[in-house]
Design a protein around this ligand. Structure first.
Ligand code: HEC
Length: 202
């Protein structure tokens, strides 16, 4: 039975070495969960919206690899503070990314993005905090700060923000026609939603 300790030692060593992080990584676990350097956050951080994880009407991801922590807040009935690295998108052209603590108190450390998307990929049109305006002239923060405090600037449909004039079918149609995604079939309702949206946008 002298071999038993060795057999036990191997899985233990695997467990201690962490969740697949290379041992040479200098960042400790705490730093990894709060750091999202701006040079690492660029147009390539974004892609096909439906490759993110759906939560109700919107999609979430986590650029620091901690999707579970993001989902825990996104799926909570009582709200919470999203962890650094969280990405939230309702439509393919707009995104919110939670930056490290201290990025911007005014936006609760969210960075807002207005994106240009095409089959070739993503371009960042505008990024920043309090002064980011979308292509319709709307300031992201002015709308999103109306969310009740426990929702961390996430509006959804019942968090206290003024509603936007997009119904479910329009939102799903926009999500399904993201040119960075493989082609997806639209239901009749979604096709109508898309037409109504095109009429709305002139
Ligand atoms: C006119 C007000 C308004 C403006 C301007 C606005 N938003 Fe929103 N946004 C909303 C509302 C309301 C929702 C929820 C819509 C729904 O689910 O029906 C939303 C949803 C979102 C979501 C999904 C998460 C959530 O809060 O429900 C993201 C991400 C988002 N917006 C990002 C942005 C970004 C980035 C900008 C600026 C480039 C922006 N928004 C500008 C009102 C606005």
């Amino acid at each position: 039975m002298t071999r038993r300790p060795i057999l036990l030692a191997a899985p233990l060593a695997l467990m201690l070495s962490g969740c697949g992080e290379p041992a040479s990584d200098e960042a400790d676990a705490t730093a990894a969960s709060t750091t999202l350097a701006s040079e690492n956050l660029n147009a390539d951080s974004f892609g096909c919206i439906s490759e993110l994880t759906a939560v109700g009407r919107f999609f979430v991801g986590n650029l620091n690899g901690d999707l579970d922590a993001t989902l825990a807040v996104a799926q909570s009935d009582t709200g919470g503070t999203y962890p650094a690295g969280s990405v939230v998108q309702l439509v393919p052209t707009e995104a919110m990314v939670k930056r490290a603590p201290g990025f911007s108190a005014e936006t609760k450390d969210w960075e807002f993005f207005d994106l240009d998307i095409s089959p070739e990929g993503t371009k960042i049109l505008t990024r920043g905090h309090a002064d980011v305006v979308n292509r319709f002239g709307g300031n992201c923060l002015e709308c999103h700060e109306k969310a009740e405090p426990q929702w961390d600037l996430i509006c959804s449909t019942d968090h206290g923000c003024d509603p936007i004039p997009l119904n479910d079918a329009m939102i799903r149609a926009l999500q399904k026609t993201d040119p960075r995604c493989p082609a997806q079939e639209l239901s009749e309702e979604e096709q109508e939603g898309l037409k109504a949206l095109q009429a709305l946008l002139g």
